[in-house]
Design a binder for this molecule. Structure first.
Ligand code: NAD
Length: 333
């Protein structure tokens, strides 16, 4: 009998990438377009595995319901696992896997795309030219060459970002709780303390997970330390930044620009087509009014290669769970 996998928060690209992976036809896929949460866990009835993405809620209550329904695997098709109550999953004997190793190039390259687009104001230029406004007023940027970038979190993604920015001729500072001195020496990257990094950088970019220690890592006093005119980039998790403090800093005109691929309250907004509807979130609405804020809706991972890695890791772990074999190395939480 085929293993049934209930895939929550399914988008067309998820179906397509699962369909392309070898061995996926051995699984009975139940694609659900809504997110996992207390009101939707029952939809996993009859499934042996549940597959979720970044904004699905897997707290204790949800995990208890899933385990009660006979679910024997929670497979995250993402890296971050801040929405999963891992101690509860362990108590329930429900294994949880994630995809830690999908193309880090996808996220690193999107980070650099945001930095370049924001600096050279491509988001504004694109709109202007389409309106036949060929004026350059207000579109001035700065050379990245010779400037300083601060990379907070030098794991898989942060390191690639640091190397790419080094390629522009930037001086690159790094900060990480577990630094990688050999890598830094090889690439000419200098580790420093977070305050020095924030004070000296023209571009500050965040590449660390959301944990109780990193929540609101960037807050009022951090923003006050930033160089006037500096750029802040967050492609990691929205709650790393105190958004109200960010709006205050933008209103004070201290910051040069902000590029975000994530937002504190993105659930129910990002990944959805809300065009033509009234946007209820006043904070996001305010952010969208600043000419020097560039927002993408959590799309940094969205490359063909990353989707393939995500789908193949998920398929392999479902097969291994069914066969009673150990999960792929490094994927078990
Ligand atoms: P990683 O685990 O390889 O690296 C994270 C780094 O952060 C590690 O070096 C770790 O030591 C450091 N760190 C952790 N806590 C810290 C703290 N309190 N202070 C300082 N450093 C700390 O992770 P990664 O693969 O590079 O991914 C980074 C983050 O990117 C993920 O946690 C995820 O939230 C985000 N992400 C976003 C997208 C997207 O589409 N926007 C896609 C993938 C990942």
């Amino acid at each position: 009998m085929k293993t049934t996998v209930a895939v929550y928060d399914t988008k067309p690209y998820d179906r397509e990438s699962f369909a392309r992976v070898a061995g996926a036809d051995a699984i009975d896929w139940r694609f659900l377009e809504f997110r996992l949460g207390p009101g939707t866990a029952h939809a996993a009835l009859g499934a042996q595995a549940v597959c979720v993405f970044v904004n699905d809620e897997a707290g204790r209550e949800v995990l208890e319901e899933l385990a009660g329904l006979g679910v024997r695997l929670l497979a995250l098709r993402c890296t971050g696992f801040n929405k999963v109550d891992l101690p509860a999953a362990r108590e329930l004997g429900l294994p949880v896997t994630r995809v830690p190793n999908y193309s880090p190039y996808s996220v690193a390259e999107h980070t650099v795309a945001l930095i370049l687009a924001l600096n050279r104001k491509l988001h504004r230029a694109f709109g202007r030219v389409r309106e036949h406004n060929f004026s350059l007023a207000g579109l001035e940027g700065f050379d990245l060459h010779g400037k300083t970038a601060g990379v907070i979190g030098t794991g898989r993604i942060g390191r690639l970002v640091a190397e790419l920015l080094k390629g522009f001729g930037m001086r690159v500072l790094g900060y990480d709780a577990c630094p990688a001195p050999e890598w830094a020496a090889r690439h000419g990257i200098v580790y420093t303390d977070p305050r020095t990094l924030v004070r000296e950088s023209d571009v500050v970019t965040l590449h660390l997970p959301l944990t109780p220690e990193t929540r609101h890592l960037v807050r009022r006093d951090t923003l006050d330390l930033m160089k006037p005119g500096a750029m802040l980039v967050n492609v990691s998790r929205g709650q790393l930044i105190d958004t109200l403090a960010l709006i205050r800093a933008l209103k004070s005109r201290r910051l040069g620009g902000v590029a975000l691929d994530v937002y504190e309250e993105e659930e129910g907004i990002f990944f959805e087509d809300l065009s033509g509807q009234v946007l209820e979130d006043d904070v996001l609405t305010r952010l969208l009014t600043f000419p020097n804020v560039l927002i993408t809706a959590h799309q940094a991972f969205l490359t063909r290669e990353a989707l393939h890695d995500i789908a193949s890791t998920t398929v392999e772990n479902v097969k291994r769970r069914t066969a009673g074999e150990p999960f792929l190395e490094g994927t078990s939480l």
